[in-house]
Design a protein around this ligand. Structure first.
Ligand code: BGC
Length: 453
């Protein structure tokens, strides 16, 4: 597979289930036998060991996928019972701080969602908070089943000089995707814009018809930071974009100024209530309130967890394309789970992680989530199980053929503190869009991260 090495080249340089079943089920009285029959929700058995898994998967597509794989585990392993202690806040905007506090306090959950790359390595692995999972990787042949680029950003060299694996990748998401309402586009003779110049033409046509062009939900500022990444990627291209995170592309350059000017213009086409919406509420603006009604917006730009959101809402009238300027470039990120050194129930966690990493497990979770599986052996769910969507089949092809670049907002490209500094600058910019001020702050953030001189 050609992608692994490319993902490695890109990202490593930079380095780098619950509803009824979990949270509800955790309070459910233990039953005497798991209802493991097809589709049944298995409840906690008397004497079962509880395994606490923390994620930020609270929206329909997110929690359905995690609930499904947790339920599979609970049905197959009645002596353990996994619960999903999900903390709301897209992209982990709330969960990550809570997780760090728990890990620091020595009371981590048994396992938790963490992005591969800098978020995992800088925050948890380097300071020594995670056990290595070498035995699982060897026993399950994962070193041959996950792409090399993925393996490289869930691993680190130990003091013994050997490479050790620290988390199990569950999915691969694409961050730079444009979603649009197909009926609105067809009715207005529009096609998905492939450049930001085309975006402005399409957006002007929509505006002239009284339709909000672009839905944004940045009550977590990360969603707006993703837009910034999209325009930087379009302006700079894959290589120079990667260079932003390694110090070889100058944040003070004219290219970056042009991108920031484009970014300022993009923000003039968004919904006025963006700061009060979450990412999924913004995505829902593409869904008409009733058949034939005008949706609140025609487009949104969001990672492909939006596909999971649309599918969960049974909304099929959506089109998709790479975000403007991102054709052929897959901005990647991945969710993974590891084993905190101070986890209380390590045996159960290892069993659970074994399912998360397996092809069968990934084919339970990913069809709900909008992502593609990280395990290259996955991609063929059983006929009676939920299948991958049309979008996901397209994404699987793109993932194999595109140039891969890392996502800053989702933990792959930059250290968490650097991401935080960028988000502070973006927050100010959204309130008062001044390009020189933003650029000065971005230049300083790179220096503070000790990546730029
Ligand atoms: C995660 C996705 C999640 C999205 C929105 C991203 O950071 O990687 O799994 O669906 O945030 O919550």
């Amino acid at each position: 597979m050609k992608l692994p090495s490319r993902l490695l080249a890109v990202i490593s340089v930079a380095a780098i289930v619950a509803s009824a079943c979990s949270s509800n089920a955790a309070t459910t009285a233990p039953s005497t036998a798991p209802s493991s029959a097809a589709g049944g929700i298995c409840t906690m058995q008397a004497g079962a060991t509880p395994i606490e898994a923390v994620s930020w998967w609270t929206t329909g597509g997110e929690s359905s996928g995690f609930n499904a794989i947790i339920n599979k585990f609970n049905c197959d392993n009645p002596t353990f019972f996994v619960t999903n202690s999900a903390i709301a806040g897209g992209a982990g905007s709330v969960a990550q701080a809570a997780l760090q506090n728990r890990v620091l306090a020595g009371t981590p959950p048994d396992t938790f969602q963490v992005h591969m790359g800098h978020e995992l390595l800088d925050t948890y692995v380097t300071p020594g908070y995670m056990d290595n999972l070498d035995d699982l990787f060897t026993a399950n042949n994962w070193t041959t089943q996950f792409p090399k680029g993925v393996l490289d950003i869930v691993s680190a060299k130990g003091t013994d000089g050997a490479t050790h694996y620290y988390s199990v990748p569950l999915d691969i998401h694409r961050a730079n995707v444009l979603w649009f309402n197909k009926t609105v586009f067809t009715a207005n003779n529009l096609t998905a814009p492939t450049t930001w110049a085309e975006f402005f033409t399409v957006a002007d046509a929509l505006k002239a018809k009284g339709i909000t062009p672009l839905a944004v939900g940045d009550n977590g500022i990360w969603a707006n930071g993703m837009l910034l990444e999209d325009v930087l990627l379009a302006q700079l291209g894959a290589d120079k974009f990667k260079g932003l995170w390694t110090g070889s592309t100058d944040w003070a350059s004219a290219d970056v100024t042009t991108a920031l000017t484009t970014y300022a213009k993009v923000l003039t086409y968004v919904n006025t209530d963006h700061s009060s919406l979450s990412w999924d509420q913004a995505a829902d603006y593409l869904i008409p309130a009733s058949a034939g009604a005008q949706p609140k917006a025609a487009m949104t730009i969001m990672g492909d967890w939006a596909a999971g959101e649309f599918d969960n809402k049974k909304f099929t009238d959506y089109g998709y394309a790479a975000a403007p300027g991102g054709t052929g470039i897959y901005q990647a990120l991945a969710d993974s789970f590891g084993l905190p050194t101070k986890a209380a129930h390590k045996d159960g966690v290892k069993k659970f992680l074994t399912l998360l990493g397996s092809a069968a497990g990934q084919d339970i979770f990913n069809p709900y989530k909008g992502s593609v599986p990280a395990n290259t052996m996955a991609g063929n769910p059983p006929a009676d199980a939920k299948q991958y969507s049309t979008y996901q089949k397209w994404a699987m092809g793109e993932w194999k053929g595109d140039t891969i670049v890392p996502s800053m907002e989702h933990g792959a490209a930059a250290a968490p503190s650097w991401k935080g500094a960028i988000e502070t600058a973006v927050t100010s910019f959204v309130a008062t869009p001044d390009v020189p001020t933003l650029q000065t702050a971005l230049v300083a953030a790179c220096k503070d991260a000790k990546v730029c001189k």
